[in-house]
Design a protein around this ligand. Structure first.
Ligand code: A2P
Length: 307
């Protein structure tokens, strides 16, 4: 799909992006290069994926080979939890690894602050992740610094990831928060459609990006009978149905693959009839499931704004 959506900054975002979580360096390089050659214009990475250098190399190689200009691509990276107290340093280091002058979107990866010991997963003596308590440092302070990075042009947009409604509400209500996040990236697929969160974001002018649109490792959604049946009806794979459903909702799926034929096929979208969108909407009634659940000793998806 060459469809784009408009961010609240005025910029456009290609509706399908290549996900790169769990794509190790070497595979990531060829995945990104294949994706760009296949027509993807949107790549999603993060500090914690530890593949920013590979993404940067593939982007540079593609720009060189194709003569495409940088501004035709949309590149996202994310601020990791142990670096939230110095987002400027973190973004500059990401840009260096990516070999870019700016990113199109910089997301706060989690509403969680970890102690910075130069270690991505700082641990306490007892082996638990070392979290900074909310009253000492929290995502509001992090976000206010990210606003400055946006205003300085190091990133063309800022956003958040893994926030729920109470946390977004809390963030938007704080004085000094004057840039509405351009995007929210969360887990979304037919088993976790997040109807309320998507409605809430639409009202606030926040676009929603879907990670794990196929259900993450093992792509469990591809075995879902409703998706298989719809795939047969449209003559496409169940993956294509899941991706087309996300696109039909004006959300932004980020399917991950390191296999060229899958990368190519995941860019294909069919125009689902309203009744078929409803059939996919109904899948979660019997199979509601969150598939990505980090254990950091804080209730990230709970109702409290303050972790
Ligand atoms: P691989 O990278 O080996 O192709 P998600 O995007 O939900 O995180 O899911 C990605 C998972 O599904 C990955 O394990 C990926 O594996 C696999 N995958 C991605 N696209 C397809 C596809 N079109 N058909 C089958 N499996 C796929």
């Amino acid at each position: 799909s060459t469809k784009t959506l408009k961010l609240n900054t005025g910029a456009t975002i290609p509706v399908i992006g290549l996900g790169t979580w769990q794509s190790p360096d070497e595979e990531c390089y060829s995945a990104v290069l294949s994706a760009l050659h296949a027509g993807y214009r949107h790549i999603d990475t993060a500090r914690i994926y530890q593949n920013e250098e590979a993404v940067g190399k593939a982007v540079a190689q593609y720009l060189k080979e194709s003569g495409t200009s940088r501004d035709k691509l949309f590149i996202t990276t994310k601020l990791w939890c142990s670096e939230v107290q110095d987002p400027e340093k973190a973004l500059k280091e990401s840009l260096e690894r990516l070999n870019l002058e700016y990113v199109d979107l910089y997301l706060m990866h989690w509403p969680v602050s970890m102690v910075n010991r130069g270690d991505l997963f700082p641990k306490t003596a007892s082996g638990t992740t070392e979290i900074i308590p909310f009253d000492k440092w929290n995502y509001v302070e992090t976000y206010k610094i990210m606003q400055k990075l946006y205003k300085a042009g190091l990133t063309k947009a800022i956003g958040i990831s893994n926030f729920n409604i109470p946390k977004i509400d809390y963030l938007l209500a704080q004085s000094g928060v004057d840039v509405v996040p351009a995007c929210l990236q969360v887990e979304i697929h037919p088993y976790l459609p997040q109807f309320d969160l998507v409605d809430y974001c639409t009202k606030k002018g926040i676009l929603v990006e879907c990670y794990s649109p196929l259900g993450s490792t093992g792509a469990p959604l591809l075995k879902d009978p409703a998706l298989i049946k719809l795939g047969e009806k449209y003559g496409v794979s169940p993956a294509c149905i899941a991706i087309s459903w996300a696109v039909a909702r004006d959300t932004i799926p980020l399917p991950k693959s390191v296999h060229e034929e899958r990368i190519v096929s995941n860019l294909k979208v069919v125009d689902l009839a309203d009744e078929d969108i409803s059939l996919v909407d109904a899948v979660s009634k019997t199979t509601a499931k969150r598939l990505v659940k980090p254990e950091w000793g804080v209730d990230i998806f709970g109702d409290s704004a303050k972790l």
